[in-house]
Design a protein around this ligand. Structure first.
Ligand SMILES: [Fe+2]
Length: 577
């Protein structure tokens, strides 16, 4: 049975295809059409899903969408009526949503087929149930607490659930305008990070700050009656799009969140690309601290209701790897399973799996044990791209390729590493990565100057062999999708200087041979030469969506100061090109 899952007309549009409960292929539209966070209809992603499994849309029996505009409708109407300025906006949004809901026509148009030939059953699933489903059904567990949080989806910002067997039973919802995601976004905007998805950058700024504004920020975000509330006077009144707007061309934009009260309290907001002051760092510090306080409190309240050690976590805020890394020390949960696409692209998987297990009552026998669910390219395709780009290269066997790339890293050179299927989710996990030595003192500056051009305060991440994690990090819960930040042991910090953040932490990726044998062996080869079971891993891109095709990787290699490129079995040096 084939089920197509979709996230559409929402940021990070995506598609996933599931056969008998197994995820065969999944990809975000941005990787294919090259528009970051694209929020239109995922036409190319749908085509890629069908092509990857050799199916036609007429072979698909169910289409599941991770959005249900009828969910929580009463709450929406009540909110609109209490805020008369929003009524017109609200009506317009409903009209647009109704037009978008004709999934059959949208798919028929995208694939150029007659809509009358499409016989699939259509399912719409509430946003946050789809988030929780995207983690729980991928986990190996039969029982877990479910938690999802983000800016908003279907008028909800936070959901807790009891996950058991084939079901996700909702326990609580936090409705808009109260939202941990909006809180985080508002302060990020105030300190000059105004683009959709900038929140992850500011997380790295927080440890540079001091405890100056924590009491002030606690007034904005307060725990109340077992839940939390935002003090709305610090926010511009939320419109029908709740801050995030998807333009007709699929571009995702943020409307300003903060009110004049923020300026009165903290002075003028920082403009992008101007100097970051201590005030901005202190605000980032308070923002992360208050966010964590509320998150842990909500988890501690959830645990007695679902007294399990397993936590299935998703939603855009679940990309806060700093908070994730502290869950074990601050709550009774002992294991986390976090969907690698914790943001809204993950809804495609959640909606499809929920349809299979909960709606159609089909048994659970699959779990997601790696994130390599995207497109791959044959050696012949890669070679012909290299030739047409005029790149001089040599073809190497597996051993010599690993030896060549690790040898370059030992010297502090930077390698583009393009192998196998593209990762699902926002992190590069060793198939579309740029890799180098994690312990040379100037490595971070070299990478930034030559390729990445990132803000000075953002750390680079380590990939570490699974069996070495406890020796280097203060926590041994695995972090396969780079979604946990842990302290690095004092004795190891100097040897990992390029991936050791200012607070002596690292956002690690735990690598096992089962998940990615080639990448595992690359780190192993590096270890043989240096004694270090760790390499620096950053995404293969330069201010663009992560590269997907060989052509994009070769283009990035040619226009940046990358030293070498390992693409499939082919190896190229910048000095020869
Ligand atoms: Fe979401």
């Amino acid at each position: 049975m084939l089920i197509l899952g979709l996230n559409m007309f929402h940021a990070d549009a995506s598609a996933a295809i599931v056969e008998d409960g197994k995820i065969l292929f999944a990809v975000a539209e941005e990787r294919l059409n090259r528009h970051k966070h694209y929020g239109g209809f995922p036409s190319l992603a749908v085509k890629a899903c069908l092509d990857a499994v050799g199916a036609k849309i007429t072979d698909v029996q169910h289409v599941a969408v991770g959005q249900d505009s009828d969910a929580n409708l009463a709450k929406k109407v009540r909110y609109a009526l209490a805020n008369p300025a929003k009524v017109l906006n609200f009506i317009k949004m409903r009209q647009r949503k109704n037009a978008m809901r004709d999934v059959r026509s949208l798919l028929a148009n995208a694939l150029d087929v007659d809509a009358r030939t499409l016989k699939f059953r259509e399912h719409h699933l509430e946003h946050h149930i789809a988030h929780i489903a995207s983690s729980y059904y991928c986990s190996p567990w039969d029982k877990a607490a479910g938690f999802s949080y983000d800016g908003s989806g279907d008028f909800v910002s936070t959901m807790t659930a009891r996950c058991q067997g084939n079901d996700v039973q909702v326990l609580d919802r936090v409705f808009l305008p109260h939202s941990l995601g909006s809180f985080y976004t508002m302060i990020c905007e105030f300190i000059g990070y105004k683009k959709y998805g900038d929140e992850g950058k500011v997380m790295g700024l927080a440890p540079y700050g001091k405890d100056t504004y924590v009491e002030e920020i606690r007034k904005i975000l307060a725990l109340k009656n077992g839940s939390f509330q935002l003090s709305m006077s610090y926010f511009k009144p939320l419109g029908a799009d709740q801050g995030m707007q998807v333009l007709p061309d699929g571009t995702v934009r943020l409307a300003r969140h903060f009110s004049a009260k923020m300026e009165k309290l903290f002075g003028a907001p920082r403009e992008p690309h101007t100097e970051i002051t201590q005030r901005d760092m202190d605000l980032a510090y308070a923002m992360q601290l208050c966010f964590e306080e509320v998150f842990f409190q909500l988890l501690n309240q959830l645990h007695p209701r679902v007294p399990e050690e397993n936590l299935a976590l998703a939603g855009g805020c679940a990309l806060n790897s700093v908070a994730n890394g502290k869950v074990f020390a601050t709550t009774p949960f002992r294991r986390t399973w976090i969907q690698p696409a914790a943001g809204d692209e993950g809804l495609a998987i959640g909606a499809a799996l929920h349809t299979y297990h909960s709606v159609l009552k089909q048994p659970r026998h699959e779990q997601m044990d790696h994130a390599y669910l995207g497109p791959e390219f044959s050696d012949a395709t890669i070679e012909s791209e290299l030739k047409s780009a005029g790149v001089k290269y040599q073809r190497l066997e597996r051993g010599p390729l690993l030896d060549a790339v690790s040898g370059e890293m030992v010297k502090g050179n930077v390698a583009g590493w393009f192998q196998g299927r593209m990762e699902w989710g926002p992190r590069a996990l060793g198939n579309r990565s740029i890799v180098t030595h994690p312990g040379l003192p100037n490595m971070k500056d070299v990478l930034n100057a030559r390729i990445k051009h990132r803000e000075w305060f953002r750390p680079f991440a380590p990939s570490i062999l699974g069996e070495a994690q406890a020796e280097y990090f203060e926590h041994d819960h695995p972090s396969p999708y780079m979604l946990h930040v842990y302290k690095i042991h004092p004795g190891k910090r100097e040897r990992l200087s390029a991936v050791n953040h200012v607070d002596d932490t690292g956002r690690l990726q735990t690598v096992t041979r089962e998940e990615n044998p080639l990448y595992y062996d690359l780190i192993q080869t590096f270890k043989k030469k240096t004694g270090l079971p760790v390499i620096l891993n950053t995404s293969f891109n330069e201010n663009e969506p992560i590269v997907c095709t060989p052509g994009e990787a070769i283009d990035c290699f040619q226009r940046t100061k990358m030293d070498v490129l390992a693409i499939g079995p082919f190896f190229a040096r910048k000095t020869e090109n």
